[in-house]
Structure formats: C-alpha cells, structure tokens
Design a protein around this ligand. Structure first.
Ligand code: GDP
Length: 177
C-alpha cells in the first residue's frame, strides 16, 4: 500500500450472480477486504470493489461487481454485465433451490454477456457441511456439461475464496493476453 503509482497491466470486471442470500456480498467482502459479517443486510443498488493482485507476473486490478440485493427485484440489467470478462455463478450448497436456479442465471448471463466470458460455478457455505443439500457430484456434472469452472467455498471460514478468484482471474488472463 502507499504505492499509488503502481502500474496496472489489466483491469478485469467480474460479476457475481445468483439468488439472494447465497453469500455473494460476503464472498466479495472476504476477497477484497478479508472481512465477513454475520448480519449482512441487503443494500440496494449495484456496487463493486476492487483488489489489485499479481497474476502470472502481471498487475491485475480485479473489479468485482455485486448485485447488492437487486436480484430480488429481477432488476439486474445489461449494464451490470457490460464489459464483464468473468462471472461467478453462486449458489448456497444448503439450499437446493439456489442450485436449481443456476441454469436460469446461466441463461441470463449468456444472453447478456460477452461470448468469451469465463464462468465459475461456486457452491458457497461449505462450512455448513451437515446441512448440505447439493452433492458435489451434481454440481460437478452441471459444471462439466456447461463448461464452467467449479469450486466449493466458505466466505465464513475463508475456504477457497482466494483460490476461486485467483483461478478465474488467471483463466481470464490466459484468454485475453
Ligand atoms: P447475498 O444476498 O448473496 O449477497 O448474500 P450475503 O452475502 O448477504 O449472505 C447471506 C447470509 O448468508 C448472511 O447471513 C451471511 O452471513 C451468510 N453467509 C454468507 N456466506 C456464508 C458462508 O460461507 N457460510 C455461512 N455459514 N454463512 C454465510
């Protein structure tokens, strides 16, 4: 920090999508600020946070967008997807319905986003293993069929969050460089 003149090689916009309450905001808070709040309220309006990191020896500024509650009102607009080079499709592994809705979110994403967008399926809340409602194999099968990367994460316990973002950013870099 303090290096405000840091040279940025790339800015990658990545959008988070998925049903309300699956943990999108907390995944972003964990990744961008290493924070988690148990009582996260839904703020209305699109927001993004940035984090600058090194990917394959290049300085990449990740600009991660969160729907910030808009998904409840089916108001995620094409502006949200514009310019996105990556997308994280997030479900709550303790809520089957949030996984069943992934196909719809994927359809919406593919309807709005660039054809080359890198997509990662994220099963969040893996710390709640005893309440699991989505077997890993179901998600793997869906991911394979739809050509998505896949990872199970916990924003609460920090499991795989950094890895998931690094993986998608690295993949984006490989495609665009
Ligand atoms: P969003 O609506 O998709 O942005 O979801 P939020 O990030 O607001 O999270 C919804 C609720 O799930 C909040 O009560 C969070 O504290 C909780 N939550 C988010 N991520 C996790 C996680 O990894 N594990 C657990 N146990 N709870 C989580």
């Amino acid at each position: 920090y303090g290096d405000y003149n840091q040279k940025i090689d790339y800015v990658f916009k990545v959008v988070l999508i998925g049903d309300s309450a699956v943990g999108k905001t907390q995944l972003l808070a964990r990744f961008a600020r290493n924070e988690f709040s148990v009582d996260s309220k839904a703020t209305i309006g699109v927001e993004f946070q940035t984090k600058t990191l090194i990917v394959d020896s290049k300085t990449v500024k990740a600009q991660i967008w969160d729907t910030a509650g808009q998904e409840r009102y089916r108001a995620v607009t094409s502006a949200y997807y514009r310019g996105a080079v990556g997308a994280m499709l997030v479900y709550d592994m303790t809520k089957r319905q949030s996984f069943d809705h992934m196909a719809r979110w994927l359809e919406e994403l593919r309807g709005h986003a660039d054809k080359n967008i890198v997509i990662m399926l994220i099963g969040n809340k893996c710390d709640l293993g005893t309440l699991r409602a989505v077997p890993t194999e179901d998600a793997e099968e869906f991911a394979q069929r739809e050509n998505l990367f896949f990872m199970e994460t916990s924003a609460l316990e920090s499991t795989n969050v950094e890895t998931a973002f690094l993986t998608i950013l690295t993949e984006i870099y490989r495609i665009i460089r």
